[in-house]
Design a binder for this molecule. Structure first.
Ligand SMILES: Nc1ncnc2c1ncn2[C@@H]1O[C@H](COP(=O)(O)OP(=O)(O)OP(=O)(O)O)[C@@H](O)[C@H]1O
Length: 256
């Protein structure tokens, strides 16, 4: 799998009201790679995600998945949003099955994959429960199972833990990291949480606003095995501080 975002720009509106939201964004995600885009509010992260998801088209530049230009949403890209993504009237299993039903998969295949992916996210016992009977973290695990069940080439994670309490957020980060290790999935995460990006991704791109652009890219060559240990390791803390300074340096632009 190779996701390529090549020199992508996005302008909303025309003429005097035109607003350049993204300028010359380029990055890649390769098979089994976990890549994160980090930036403050308004830096254009969600716009990048919408373009990669095919929900909107770039004004310039090209986005491809395995060499094929993205022309709209497709089952090769699985999305997990911040919240409100489950249908409240469907059980966990029905929510997971839903996307596959739209894909037109055979009933038996849908049943098997639903069971399998609910197990993968540790919710085999909760198949018949409704979203409101599940905690926020469990609901996001259902959303992840639903995205994985369509067997996408790449998982697109848009602030997936943004609505969760800090403690649950930390356990979900561990969960996602283990899932990534176990399944070898390829993922693109957008988050405003620098620590989250560094804990999960192997490659982190820092975005600045007005117009949204990538100002710094780092390879995170740290041992992610033990997350609790990693969070307090000197290498991690120094990289986090270095990048936090870079983000702080962008703030005057935000205020202006
Ligand atoms: N459809 C649109 N029309 C006009 N401007 C837009 C549109 N969508 C987004 N924008 C503008 O683009 C800029 C970037 O927005 P975007 O939501 O991508 O940023 P973000 O980094 O995801 O921020 P947040 O974390 O707050 O979601 C903002 O100034 C926003 O107002």
């Amino acid at each position: 799998m190779h996701l390529s975002v090549d020199n992508v720009s996005k302008t909303f509106g025309v003429g005097r009201t035109a607003k350049c939201v993204l300028e010359g964004i380029s990055f890649e995600v390769n098979t089994g790679e976990f890549v994160a885009l980090v930036g403050s509010s308004g830096s254009g992260k969600s716009t990048v995600m919408r373009l990669v998801a095919g929900l909107d088209r770039p004004t310039a530049g090209v986005i491809t998945v395995d060499g094929q230009p993205v022309r709209g949403p497709g089952s090769d890209r699985g999305m997990v949003f911040q919240k409100y993504s489950l249908y409240p009237w469907l059980t966990a299993a029905q929510n997971v099955a839903f996307g596959m039903e739209l894909q037109g998969l055979a009933r038996r295949e849908i049943r098997e994959r639903t069971g399998y992916y609910l197990e993968v996210v540790g919710l085999g016992e909760s198949a018949r429960r409704l979203p409101r009977e599940l905690s926020g973290g469990m609901q996001q695990r259902v959303a992840i199972a639903r995205a994985l069940a369509a067997q996408p080439k790449v998982l697109l994670l848009d602030e997936p833990f943004g609505a969760l309490d800090l403690q649950i957020r930390e356990s979900m980060q561990e969960f996602l990291h283990k899932l990534w290790q176990r399944t070898g999935l390829s993922a693109l995460l957008i988050t405003h949480d620098l620590e989250e990006a560094l804990l999960l991704a192997q490659r982190v791109h820092i975005m600045a606003p007005r117009p949204g652009r990538i100002v710094r890219s780092v390879q995170v060559d740290l041992d992610h095995q033990n997350m609790a240990h990693l969070r307090v390791s000197p290498e991690f803390l120094s990289l986090r501080e270095d990048l936090a300074q870079c983000l702080r340096g962008l703030e005057p632009a935000l205020a202006g």
